[in-house]
Design a protein around this ligand. Structure first.
Ligand code: MV4
Length: 451
């Protein structure tokens, strides 16, 4: 097991990793930019190192500074959290070159899944159902029109180096294809330095269902059920829940086992999330994330498995926390990502938190690193914290969520709390009847009660 873990991240996920380390008896090193000197994880860590000025490129993405911090403190492993360097294969390799452990998947798997064309080819080879589309990239020399006609319009042009909605263009008809191809490729070239694109059948009103997996890197892997992340705004998840209101236990077992077997065949190491679009009873693979995700607490609440603890253990060569049969989905959990933003315009609202009262009680969890008097900096994401609620049923979970949201106080900045207080009372949400475009359509109506 590791002796000292450097947490190469900030905010709530840095605190989450720190908590797992402390419970494992592992010493902790916090790193922070000059803007995060007063952050909670810095206060609670055994040691802390300032790694640079506020800009992420000069601090949390500054690999030489992170290596120096490991050197100074004698850390033997690095946990990257999510975002920043968490899916940077080169970072994982550089750590290994310096005899440091990267708490994450093997670099080759990070690289493969980071290239959306390679990821899809790998998924297909491993027996995971994928969206119908081009076999690989579509280059200038290919007959894109013939490929698109074979798929059937509307088609979606996606950037190989994209992901998370970046570098996507819909071509509703033949007449739109050439422009969509050139626009997507040019945007990908300037955004990611790689203009390669591929085609997929465009699914109109799917749900976003993601399967949590965990592998030991030696051919063992389990799945921990699904999360329904369909309620998104501009590709930012807002409300995530598990199990999905529309997935049956049989469908869960089938897609879960398909994913677990694929991870066993890959000898995948660590946590991972396999993302699907789900429409008309069919799952369609779109991407795989090789990191711990923001919404991991939803899975923890319904399975009782500590995913960060498991991540650290398998990275140190340990075994999976349990067998597949021991994974039982118990009850229902919903996570609301509460941001320091205006609840209607979503304009960021950084600043000092003057009053902070988080809710409590049975089945209520707050993953947050803020406190009364904390100043939300303008340099990073605007997450105040995640409110995660568990109930025996989805109905009980909704009632508890409504109560917790009404109890929560955050003053001095604007937050999206009013949006969630409206959503939890919305008939479609109460019925679990929504899809990936539902939230943006709801917000566009403008009559939301989010005030
Ligand atoms: C799609 C799609 C429809 N058809 N692929 C968005 C980000 C990345 N996860 C992939 N995304 C999509 N891929 C096909 N073939 C629609 C989306 C999409 C989306 C997916 C999940 C959650 C929210 C979304 C919002 C807009 C578009």
């Amino acid at each position: 097991m590791f002796d000292k873990i450097l947490i190469a991240n900030r905010g709530e996920i840095a605190l989450r990793v720190l908590r797992a380390c402390k419970e494992l008896g592992i010493a902790t090193v916090a790193v922070h930019s000059t803007a995060d000197a007063n952050a909670m994880h810095v206060r609670l860590a055994d040691e802390s190192v300032c790694i640079g000025p506020p800009a992420a490129k000069d601090s949390y993405l500054n690999i030489p500074a992170l290596l120096a911090a490991c050197e100074i403190t004698g850390a033997d492993a690095v946990h990257p959290g999510y975002g920043f360097l968490s899916e940077n294969a080169r970072f994982a390799e550089i750590l290994a070159e310096h005899n440091l452990h990267f708490i994450g998947p093997k670099a080759e798997h990070i690289r493969t899944m980071g290239d959306k064309i390679e990821a899809k080819k790998t998924a297909k080879r491993l027996g995971i159902p994928v969206v119908p589309g081009s076999d690989g990239g579509v280059g200038a020399g290919d007959d894109a029109m013939a490929i698109a006609k074979k798929i059937g319009f509307p088609v979606l042009v996606k950037a190989a180096a994209g992901g998370g909605g970046r570098g996507m263009k819909v071509a509703p008809t033949e007449a739109d294809l050439m422009l969509a191809l050139s626009t997507a490729s040019n945007e990908a070239k300037s955004a990611f330095g790689d203009g390669s694109v591929y085609l997929e059948k465009y699914l109109g009103k799917p749900r976003h269902i993601e399967i949590q997996i965990l592998g030991d890197g030696r051919g063992g892997a389990i799945h921990l059920g699904e999360r329904d992340c369909s309620l998104q705004r501009r590709h930012q998840k807002v409300w995530e829940e598990g199990p999905s209101p529309i997935i049956s236990p049989e469908a869960r077992a089938k897609i879960g086992e398909t994913c677990a077997k694929a991870m066993r065949d890959m000898q995948y190491l660590g946590v991972g999330t396999i993302e699907f679009l789900y429409e008309d009873g069919e799952f369609y693979f779109i991407e795989m994330n090789t990191r711990i995700q923001v919404e991991h607490p939803v899975t923890e609440m319904i399975t009782g498995i500590d995913l960060v603890n498991a991540q650290i253990r398998v990275a140190a060569g340990g075994d999976l926390p349990c067998t597949q049969d021991e994974i039982v989905v118990n009850g229902h959990a919903i996570e609301c990502r509460i941001n320091a933003e205006n609840p209607v315009t979503f304009r960021p609202s950084p600043g000092k938190i003057l009053q902070y009262h988080p809710p409590g009680g049975l089945g209520v969890r707050i993953d947050s690193a803020v406190y009364q008097g904390y100043v939300i900096p303008p340099y990073y994401d605007s997450l105040v914290g995640k409110l995660i609620v568990h109930g025996k049923t989805r109905g009980e979970c909704l009632m508890r969520l409504r109560r917790a949201l009404d109890e929560m106080v955050v003053e001095g900045i604007e937050t999206t709390l009013p949006l969630f207080r409206a959503l939890v009372r919305e008939p479609n949400i109460i019925d679990g009847d929504y899809h990936i475009h539902w939230l943006e359509q709801y917000l566009a109506k403008g009559d939301t009660k989010a005030h």
